[in-house]
Each structure stands twice: as structure tokens, then as C-alpha cells.
Design a protein around this ligand. Structure first.
Ligand code: ADP
Length: 243
């Protein structure tokens, strides 16, 4: 479904991604772990063109693109295939939950309003917000806001959803409700690439875990391989610190 080849990205003199390769198949739930500053978020952002890579190619289905020179048309076309769930939700504060979900459908995808409303309500129901259609973000908890963010991503019906530390801005008691929604959609077969520090999610839900450090993929494997038998010293040290 998605193959990334040799992504490089510098910020000034700092090389943040040093040649990352990544393949994601339909239905995969891939979790990226790694210390802060290892380039995890930048990798997701380059895949979705929120950052422009300095080098690298991507193949989304049958579309091949150079990530550093993609045209506006290519970017537009490939953005239709992904959706992004942000750490800080990125909702429009002056729009209701329902409007936050319909916006991308109506403006970005040119879906008629009545259809967009129907889709948005179904996705808000799925994330447990059927009583919050008309609430503004300021009237919602962080967990509810992030569930709107997930409903917005689902509504776009992307090939893959990219999650950038979706629970790390939440108070601890609100993390569970968001992880639970993510588990449900993973079990329904949604293809997901997830940057998270939630080890329990990685262990229980991922079918592949990638460990990144210093802008490179150090090791990848099944959750069992990575958590129980990490091969690389850097992975072992990281897991010792976080588990
Ligand atoms: P992670 O997600 O693993 O914590 P990031 O991808 O957020 O890592 O960041 C990797 C490095 O790139 C960090 O040193 C960070 O400070 C730097 N960085 C990220 N975004 C920018 C930016 N827009 N401008 C400058 N430096 C950045």
C-alpha cells in the first residue's frame, strides 16, 4: 500500500532523517517507538507532505512520487490517500464537532453537504460522540476533542491514517478512551501508522513495531520480537528506560 524509500530531511545543519525505508501493507498497524528527537514526527510529516523531505521516494498504491520534488497536483492526489491525527487535535475552535468533521469532506473532497453530514454523524457515533455533534472544542474534554480528530480522519476514508502521538497531550485519565477507539478501528482493519509512547497499545494492537533512533530505523519486528527479544543495544536500552 505504501512504500517509502530513503527519506532524508535536514533542519538547518541538523540531519533529522538519515535514509529511512518503510513499507506498509493494507491492514497493518505499525507503531513507531523511539526517544524524543529521533525523527518520528518528522517522518510522519514528510509522508503527508506537511514537511518537504530533502530526498526520498514514495509509492502509494500505484502512484510513485519523489518526496522532495512532488508537484502540487501530486501532493493533492496523495493527500487524499492519507489522513493525519495530530498530537494537539488541530480542530477549528469556531466550528462544532460536526462541522470539524464535515469541513474536509465539503471543502477538500467536494462532497455534497447533506452527504457530508451523514458521514460525519456516523463517524462521530463510532467514536462515542453521538451526543456532541453541536459542541464546540472548548466544550469538550481533550479526549473528546481527539476523538473528533479521529472521526475527521475516518470520514475521509483514507488508505492509511497517520497518528502523531495522539494521546501525549491528554491527562492520564483520558488516554484510555482514545486508545480504546484506536483499538476498535485497528481491529476493523484500518491501516495505521502510529507514533506513540503507549507501550501497551504497541504490544496489544500493533502487528509491527519500529524502533527509531538518531534519524534511522534501528530495528523492526513483531511486538514479541521487539519487546521480548530486542536485538540491538539501543533498543534494549530504550525499553529498559520506558518499561
Ligand atoms: P520525535 O518525534 O522523535 O520526538 P521530531 O521528528 O519531532 O522527533 O524531531 C527530530 C528533531 O528535529 C528534533 O531535534 C527537533 O528539534 C528537530 N525539529 C523538528 N521539527 C523542526 C522544525 N520545524 N525546525 C527545526 N527543527 C525541527
Amino acid at each position: 500500500m505504501l512504500a517509502i524509500n530513503n527519506i532524508h530531511k535536514c533542519f538547518g545543519k541538523q540531519e533529522v532523517l538519515k535514509g529511512v525505508d518503510l513499507t506498509i501493507d493494507k491492514g497493518d498497524v505499525v507503531v513507531i517507538l523511539g526517544p524524543s528527537g529521533s525523527g518520528k514526527t518528522t517522518l510522519l510529516r514528510c509522508i503527508n507532505f506537511l514537511e518537504q523531505a530533502d530526498q526520498g521516494e514514495a509509492r502509494f498504491g500505484d502512484e510513485q512520487v519523489n518526496l522532495s520534488t512532488a508537484s502540487k497536483k501530486q501532493i493533492y492526489s496523495l493527500r487524499q490517500k492519507t489522513a493525519f491525527v495530530f498530537q494537539n487535535y488541530n480542530l477549528f475552535n469556531n466550528k462544532t464537532a460536526l462541522e470539524n468533521v464535515t469541513e474536509g469532506l465539503i471543502i477538500g473532497r467536494k462532497v455534497p453537504k447533506a452527504t457530508a453530514v451523514q458521514i460525519a454523524k456516523a463517524e462521530l457515533d463510532k467514536v462515542g460522540l453521538s451526543d456532541k455533534y453541536d459542541a464546540y472544542p472548548s466544550q469538550l474534554s481533550g479526549g473528546q476533542q481527539q476523538r473528533v480528530g479521529i472521526a475527521r480522519a475516518l470520514a475521509l476514508n483514507p488508505d492509511i491514517i497517520l497518528f502523531d502521538e495522539p494521546t501525549s497531550a491528554l491527562d492520564p485519565e483520558l488516554v484510555g478512551e482514545v486508545l480504546s477507539v484506536m483499538k476498535t478501528i485497528a481491529r476493523e482493519g484500518t491501516t495505521m501508522l502510529v507514533v506513540t509512547h503507549e507501550m501497551s497499545f504497541a504490544k496489544e494492537v500493533a502487528n509491527r513495531v519500529i524502533f527509531m533512533d538518531g534519524g534511522m530505523i534501528v530495528e523492526e519486528g513483531t511486538p514479541k520480537e521487539i519487546f521480548e527479544h530486542p536485538k540491538e543495544e539501543r533498543t534494549q536500552q530504550f525499553l529498559k528506560r520506558v518499561l
